[in-house]
Structures are given as structure tokens and as C-alpha cells.
Design a binder for this molecule. Sequence first.
Ligand code: FE2
Length: 269
Amino acid sequence: MLLANCATHASLKTVYYDLPLPSQLRLERGAIVIVLVSDLHSDIYGKDQSPLLSRVYEASPDIIVLAGDIFDDRASRLGTRLLLAGIKKDLPETPVFYVTGNHEYDGGDVDGILRELAGFGVTVLRDDYSAIEVRGVPVVIAGVDDPNKALADPLYNTAFADGPLRKAAAIDGYRILVCHRPEVAKRYADYGFDLLLSGHTHGGQVRLPPLVNGLYAPGQGLFPRYSGGLYRVGDASLVVSRGLTTRRPPFPRILNPPELVVITITSRQ
Ligand SMILES: [Fe+2]
């Protein structure tokens, strides 16, 4: 019975969340659609990522967010390259933003990874932010470098993020923060962000809905509070993706299929 519920790439699903735009902002038309890709760990879906890419295309995203652990320190980079190449080819106008995860630092070649991302036109946010406009709405998107940066750079302090993030959160518009680890993201909830986006947990690996929403997540331990789903943290919404890999850690995901997340933000009626 349990084996029948082990997640495979064939069980990939798209998870949808609908969120309201703050009342002081007005969309010119439609809705803001964000596709959140997290913890791919360079897995390859089907032939050349086509099942995953077709779900991304189906969402018609205005923004694509890569929330870390897209690459993996123990796997070839091919899977991630295929995904990024597909997005670049078929959604050339869609802005793509990336933050580091722990596994990108664990590989010891973050600079090489960042060069690859730049080659695919991806904007890397390392304790930094970008301001864009989507459907007439100013959108600020900030990103936090993974704390494992301190392993590569002993002079790095996570407090360095504070200044840029406070600046981003003070800009008028819809304010998004991307941070690989949800237990870190929630620290920034009261800065003034509307939406926090995370991954890292792999859904807590084993789920027993509706009783257990995740057994274990690194950084949070057993029965993690933010294992996957939509949460309210202060005035911010926090969306935690359960991620896309089915290989890590080396025991199966149970009742916990890999997921692509699609967030739709609409004006309040
Ligand atoms: Fe991670």
C-alpha cells in the first residue's frame, strides 16, 4: 500500500493558489501568474523535461521563480539546463528569478552555476531585489542568499540581507520575497512583504493528509510547521513548494507527489 503511494515523476502535479492583490493596487487586465519551481535537484522529467515544461507553458506565467536547489551537488546539471533552455526558447519574454539553495553551495561551484544562469537570461537575487511592472502593477521581487553561503565565504553574515530587503519592502507595489528555506523566510514577514516564496522541505518527505503535513524537514526537524502549502505569517502569505525531485533524500516520498506551484494574484472584487 505504501509502495503504491511512493512519488514518481509520473505523479507530478500542479498545485494552484489564488491570492488577492492588496486593495491599493490595480491590475490593468487579467491576473498576475507566478510559476514557482523549487528543489528540482536537476531531475529530468520524461524526454528533455517536456512533461514539466508543458505544465509551465500551460500556466502562461508572468513571472517564473526558481527558489533554490534547482541544481544538485551530486547530479549532472543536464536536467536543470534542459529546463532553462526550454523556458528561454518558448517563454523568452517571461522574467525568471533565482535564489540559491543549500545544495548549490554544497557543490562548491556557485560561481559556475551563476554564470550558467546568466547565460539563460535568469536574474539572480542574492540579498538583492528587482523592480518590474506586470499588467500595470509595480512588482518588487527580492531574494535571499542561502545561509550556506557562509561555508564558502566566512566573512558573509546573513544580517547583510537586512538593508536591501528593508529597502525592497518599502517600495510601493506588490512585494515578493524569495528565500529557499521557509524557516528563514518567515523572519522577514514583518518587513512589509506581501508574498514569501520558499521550498527546501520536499514536503516533509512523508505525508498523511490531513493528519500529518510532512514528517521531517531539514532546519525544522520532525513535524515541520512549514512543510508545504499556503500559510499566513503576520501580514504576509507564505507559499512553500513541496519541490520537484523524487531522488533526495535517499528514501521515498510517500503520499507526497512532486509539485509545480502556480500562484494567481487577482484584484479584490
Ligand atoms: Fe534545500
